[in-house]
Write a protein that binds this ligand. Structure first.
Ligand code: ADP
Length: 629
């Protein structure tokens, strides 16, 4: 993370905004923070106050009954405050510990709702992961803001009371030096000088240790990221287990992890070293200063300015003041330095959506007669200077099938991304029923499409939830969709039918499914949604050409009268389509049915068909060749 200098006004603004968010996430936090501050104050001063009374009563030889009352108040009050404080602490900790989880949930929502183009940038996921990592493992950001503001509230209250007593003590000093103004001034100067000395030392050491802490936080980010990758995203993933064994990666991973731990230990060691030095210096100084303060209080007692009991009270107050002042400096510098992490959180949350959000409702049609037209569309990905689609124009014939074929990287998936408005064209326009798709309400527009992408994912949710992409689903409809893709046996095999979780990631009772079954579930999901447009974007790329052809042509029977778009780099998979569009280098170069396209011996389709046919023949030959047996 780059060092960014924030003005004081910005620091205040960002932290206020952070607090506002925290208190809106858990409104009870504010109440428990105040309760904690009050109970802490009571707990600290109850002791000093009643011990001071007791000592005074003893020193003047008060009656046993008075002493008994003093003890009852001292002990009884302490027990009461202690119990209440535990109770308050429970709620305080409970509310506080949820702050980051709730704040993080907002980041997750943001990732799901931001313009899709951001999610294809690696940078976005790294940014999100860094914010989460530094909050979770380093405690920085909103978490640190919350705990430290709550702490600051407690400290402020304590400091105010301690300062009041300390000032009163200085005032009392006048009595001890009645008639000797010069001595009083000396007393006052030494006293204030001692306090000021400690304050300066505290600021200096506090700043140093905070710097070290921040340095540790920042340096830890890449290491934590690596650690999460090795453990959560690699070693513990079923699909990586195969690679680990086949390529004997155990040693490689162990060495990388050991190296990582060594780097982490070195960092922690350096930071602990600074902290140790800090506590030694402040500890010794505090003892020395306390000694001097006791000495000065002794002078006041000898000169009858305060009672012996007051020594306990004032000594306690002064040491409280010093200790809390040191804490206050720590908290303030921590909060100041923490501001940049709070800012990073809000910067992420406020990434603006660039896509124009239209409001026009989609015309509801029972006949599914929607026309889509790409008019001279040119597109290049953000940050790239290569046109992936060039002056691309096409009109869909409604209710029919369109196949998009072409070599890898010719722009087929990009066409689908534009069709679903995951991106907007750089030039040109896409029309739905003659109207620019940007003008439509985006959610409504998206509900026209079901797409099975090449990199589809089936999460570890229940089977029914996966098909419906929702917790509430129509069981019959789910079953029909599964039946259509030939998976009716699946729910019979499952202990809790449609409610059975897939895979064992979150539940031991989960059922593992094969890659082929996952593919079919993804297709069933597209069928369940019953949208006017269904698109298959090579979800079958891992299958052999014959299996892909079977799935594509079977799917074609299933979609009935809907408009279907099929994408493949294998021409054989789409030959059943009456309307085949050949894309090359981001341009539509040929269109027609299989026979028409094949009859053009100069065309790309003819060339690709023959090259691929030759390749498949070779594959077939190799698979039956005796050399392979
Ligand atoms: P196809 O589906 O025909 O294989 P794509 O539409 O996926 O091709 O990709 C077309 C070109 O666009 C490729 O050169 C690919 O590298 C590039 N491309 C795809 N996605 C992105 C992206 N998010 N950012 C930059 N370039 C991309």
């Amino acid at each position: 993370m780059k060092e960014e200098r924030l003005s004081f006004a910005e620091v205040i603004r960002i932290n206020r905004k952070g607090l506002k968010l925290i208190y809106s996430l858990i409104p009870w936090n504010r109440f428990w923070d105040i309760m904690m501050a009050v109970s802490n104050l009571l707990f600290s001063y109850w002791n000093y106050f009643f011990i001071s009374r007791l000592v005074d009563h003893i020193s003047v030889g008060a009656a046993g009954e008075t002493l008994l009352y003093d003890v009852i108040f001292l002990v009884g009050g302490q027990i009461f405050v202690h119990i209440t404080e535990r109770y308050i602490m429970y709620y305080y900790m409970y509310c506080g510990s949820n702050v980051w989880e709730l704040a993080n949930a907002r980041l997750n929502c943001k990732i799901m709702e931001m313009d899709y183009e951001y999610t294809e940038s690696e940078n976005i996921y790294n940014r999100k992961r860094d914010i989460d990592t530094i909050a979770r493992y380093g405690g920085a950001g909103l978490n640190r803001l919350y705990w430290n503001v709550a702490h600051a509230m407690r400290i402020t209250l304590q400091i105010c009371v301690a300062l009041g007593y300390t000032l009163y003590l200085i005032y009392q000093g006048r009595k001890a030096f009645a008639g000797r103004g010069g001595e009083y001034i000396l007393f006052f100067v030494v006293f204030v000088g001692l306090l000021a000395g400690l304050v300066v030392l505290t600021i200096y050491v506090g700043k140093k240790s905070n710097k070290a802490r921040l340095y540790l936080d920042e340096q830890m980010v890449p290491y934590n990221r690596q650690y999460i990758f090795y453990t959560e995203e690699y070693i513990n993933r079923e699909e990586c287990g195969k690679n680990i064994r086949i390529f004997h990666q155990q040693n490689l991973l162990s060495k990388h992890i050991n190296e990582l731990f060594n780097n982490m230990y070195r960092l922690v060691d350096r930071s602990l070293d600074v902290n140790e030095k800090e506590s030694t210096v402040t500890g010794v100084t505090e003892v020395l200063i306390s000694g001097l303060i006791y000495f000065m209080l002794g002078i006041l007692v000898l000169r009858n300015a305060i009672t012996i009991g007051n020594v306990c009270l004032y000594a306690g107050c002064i040491s409280m003041f010093l200790q809390h002042f040191r804490d206050a400096i720590k908290v303030l510098t921590l909060l100041y330095d923490n501001t940049k992490y709070v800012k990073t959180y809000f910067d992420f949350l406020e990434i603006p959506n660039r896509k124009y959000e239209g409001t026009l409702p989609i015309e509801k049609r029972t006949d599914d007669k929607y026309t889509i037209e790409f008019c001279d569309v040119t597109f290049r990905y953000p940050g790239s200077d290569v046109d992936v689609l060039k002056h691309f124009s096409i009109r869909f014939r409604i209710g029919e099938r369109l196949a998009l074929v072409g070599k890898n990287s010719s722009g087929k998936t990009t066409f689908i991304k534009l069709l679903c408005r995951l991106y907007d064209p750089t030039e040109g326009v896409i029309l739905l029923n003659g109207i620019d798709i940007r003008k439509y309400d985006y959610k409504e527009y998206l509900s026209l499409f079901s797409v099975v992408f090449q990199d589809f994912k089936i999460p570890a949710f229940a089977l029914g939830e996966n098909v419906a992409a929702s917790m509430d689903y129509d069981e019959e409809k789910v079953k029909v969709s599964l039946e259509k893709v030939g998976l009716s046996y699946l729910w019979d095999r499952m202990p809790n039918k449609l409610e059975t979780p897939l895979y064992k990631d979150f539940d031991d009772k989960g059922v593992d499914i094969s890659g082929g079954e996952a593919q079919k579930i993804a297709i069933a999901r597209a069928l369940y949604h019953d949208t006017p447009f269904v698109i298959l974007d090579e979800p079958t790329a891992a299958l052999d050409p014959l299996a892909e052809y079977e799935i594509y042509s079977r799917f074609d029977e299933l979609v009935g009268t809907k408009t279907a778009v099929y994408i493949s780099h294998r021409l054989s998979s789409c030959q059943f389509c009456d309307d085949i569009l050949v894309i090359d280098g981001g341009q539509a170069v040929q269109r027609g049915n299989h026979e028409e396209l094949l009859s053009d011996k100069e065309g790309l389709y003819y060339l690709l068909w023959n090259t691929q046919a030759q390749h498949y023949k070779e594959e077939e030959y190799n698979s039956i060749s005796p050399c392979n047996s």
